[in-house]
Design a binder for this molecule. Structure first.
Ligand code: PBG
Length: 332
């Protein structure tokens, strides 16, 4: 198939012919980013009238539910179809009980959003790290994060989110077997229609730094390397993805995005379900900082990054730039 290209060369072949005018370039563009590709992550905290800036993420705020509603209305107006919710509970304890409280911050917010925006796709992050006093994503026993003791709690969180009306639950804890545990729990309680977006290939990344300020979810001791993946491992990422699909994941995620574009590509070619990439907090903050210094053109850099993630194979992109990107795409 490529032999024609190889045999003929310059001067018969001139690739610049199709780059000559804006219309020609538009016509042969291979990858198109659109607002439907974007998922908008949001932080919600208890209270009212609150819109607290996150210092390391200029333009990102922790909203109380009332103001979150306005933010979501603006996103919906721009054509954004889906949001991903992170909650900041008003208390933390060893077992992260606020995470599976039916009156918890995420549960209340999901109910409110579904009431005002029944068509909005509401995705919830299912994890313990923002809710535990030690900041780990699971139950700590003898200084270690215990996989099997964590599973019932993760399933309990997912169930309470489903009860509140979440369309998709997204486990980000990286315990083995959590997708299966969640699927069984949801099905046993009549929520077979609720989908699971697995943070399947989630790497132990320094790019989560700003998020941990936003979500107040830093581990109190040690790090997350005993459950999140080694950034050096590609084959293991595929194992994670295949296991999550086998356990019942409806969508799979690669996270972070930019240092893992090869993983996104390979996952896209390995599974048939939608592939989601998370353009994480640190990737956002790097662009924001450079743009604030006037070193890069924010709009162009963001659209280039998001297009690159899509070209790598992502069907959907979770990004803090969702609203800005939607606006820029609309302006054309
Ligand atoms: C919770 C979670 C994290 C992120 C999403 N869910 C942080 C972590 O694993 O420490 C990171 C998102 C981002 O950096 O934007 N487990």
């Amino acid at each position: 198939m490529t032999s024609g290209l190889i045999q003929r060369g310059f001067p018969q072949v001139r690739l610049r012919r199709l780059r000559r005018t804006p219309a020609l370039r538009e016509l042969v563009q291979e990858t198109r980013l659109s607002v439907e590709d974007l998922i908008y992550p949001l932080f919600v905290q208890p209270g009212s009238g609150l819109k607290s800036p996150v210092a390391s993420m200029p333009g990102v705020f922790r909203f109380s539910p009332d103001l979150l509603l306005e933010e979501v209305a603006a996103a919906v107006d721009l054509g954004i179809l889906a949001v991903l919710l992170f909650g900041l509970p008003h208390y933390k304890d060893e077992l992260g009980t606020a995470a599976y409280d039916d009156q918890g911050i995420v549960q209340e917010t999901v109910r409110m959003l579904k009431k005002h925006f029944p068509d909005l796709v509401v995705i919830t992050d299912v994890c313990l790290c923002g809710y535990t006093s030690h900041g780990h994503c699971g139950v700590v026993r003898d200084g270690e994060v215990d996989n099997d003791q964590t599973l019932p709690l993760i399933a309990e969180i997912a169930l309470s989110h489903a009860r509140a009306g979440a369309d998709i639950v997204a486990p980000s804890d990286m315990m083995d077997g959590r997708v299966k545990a969640i699927r069984e729990k949801l099905d046993a309680h009549g929520f077979s229609q609720v989908a699971i977006l697995a943070y399947a290939a989630k790497f132990a990344s320094a790019f989560y730094g700003p998020f941990r300020e936003a979500a107040d979810s830093s581990p109190g001791f040690g790090d997350r390397r005993s459950y999140q993946m080694n950034p050096a491992n590609r084959r293991e990422a595929l194992q994670e993805v295949l296991l999550d699909v086998a356990e019942g994941a409806d969508l799979v995620m690669v996270k972070p995005a930019l240092a893992y574009l090869d993983v996104i590509r390979e996952v896209r070619e390995t599974v048939l379900c939608p592939v989601v990439a998370y353009n994480v907090s640190g990737e956002y903050s790097l662009v924001k900082a450079a743009a604030a210094e006037g070193w890069v053109d924010e709009r162009q850099v963001v659209l280039e990054i998001l297009t690159g993630i899509k070209r790598a194979g992502a069907d959907l992109i979770i990004t803090y730039f969702a609203k800005d990107a939607a606006q820029w795409l609309r302006q054309g």
